[in-house]
Design a binder for this molecule. Sequence first.
Ligand code: ZN
Length: 482
Amino acid sequence: MASWEPVIGLEIHVQLRTRTKMFCGCELSFGDPPNVHTCPVCLGLPGALPVANARAVHFALMIGLALGSEIAPRSLFHRKNYFYPDLPKGYQISQYDIPICRGGRLGDVRIHRVHLEEDAAKLVHVSSSGRIHGSQRSVVDFNRGGTPLVEIVTEPDIHSGEQAREWLTLLRGTLKALGVSDVDMSQGSLRCDANVSVRLPGASRLGVKTELKNMNSFRFLQDGIRAEIERQIGVLQSGGEVEPETLHFDPASGSISTLRSKEEAHDYRYFPEPDLVPLLVDEAMIAAARDELPELPAARAQRFESALGLSAERARELAFRSERADYFEAALSADGHGDGGVPAPSPVTLANWISLLVERIGADSDPAQSNVSPRALARLVAMVDAGEVSREAGRAVLGTLVERGGDPEEIVEREGLRRISADDAGLAELVAAAIAADPDAAAKVREGNERALGPLVGHVMREARGRADGGEVRRLLLDALR
Ligand SMILES: [Zn+2]
């Protein structure tokens, strides 16, 4: 596998969080009964006239500016013709040769283009279990038809499934910070297709590419790309040729199957939408979009690194997922750290503990939705920082907080987890008891064999139930034995 170079480009569809649809006044719907948000325009009835949604245009401009794209002062809407039951007009209104935004870059991936279009309706496949002679049937819900979409197309700058996942996380964080979309992959407001090809290093041309459709989680995207790279290399190494196809990755079985042969632009017979005027973007519209740009994840990661001293990797882990970054900043600024002489936690330690928290609640969970309030975590970390509880005991408290919530100080008191300090008589007793319990090990240490210290330290730590500090115990044992 090392002798092949994978080349990957992504196409991302983003449902915009506007109040109404792209070309009519119907409200966007989530979970409403089917077909209650429709009108002659989004049902494609003859004579109905579309009008572009100004808010959707504004959101597209914000996205373009955030990605460093060039904004077209005049762009066009086209009809993309194809027949499908979820497309009542027989065409989708999209942008073709002149998209609203071109070029740009996010992280290490260049952007090819960003354009506006409308979503199709939704096919729902139901098993009618006997009602229609036990056969399957499909119904169409037109509520989604006409929802504003921005499509973002990258250049083929990605070279692995892991990189695709990491980059899509950054894109999602960026869109979330912009507030233009719910960016929920499981709900379909963020959808990702991947164009995958492989070539021998140094080859001047790209290999034949296939398209993996609609991967609805970060993990499936990574696994799907990985599986397709392996499949293509297998085909090529056995002397075959990769067919240009549209593929489906089944995350359950890990298998890849053909959906259809890949269509080309000319298959769609694009032509300018005669019912819509060209989209003119003036300086005032660009300025209004620029005014609303918040601090974006890439810049936030930079700030965490330079101002708070986090490692680049840790800074990205937090900043690329705004919910983690928001939690981190809420914990940093949670008041009341000073109570009882507990100082504020250091940002670096706090960031490490957020990683521990995320490990426990699951990578896709928002820590703010967990039982652990930012203030409680800040408090716990400050206690560990100050040496009031050991790291081990701190982890135990975190476990209790995740399960039941509560106040870390109370948990420490209730469960007797406060650290036994070096000058505590209790710890001296435990050290003496360990030496008495294992005279052989003690003798070896006295003869200069420090490796024999291990079981003695273990003994004390066990007896102290995580409340002692390993380094201190070690030092006390050595002092006692020399
Ligand atoms: Zn409508």
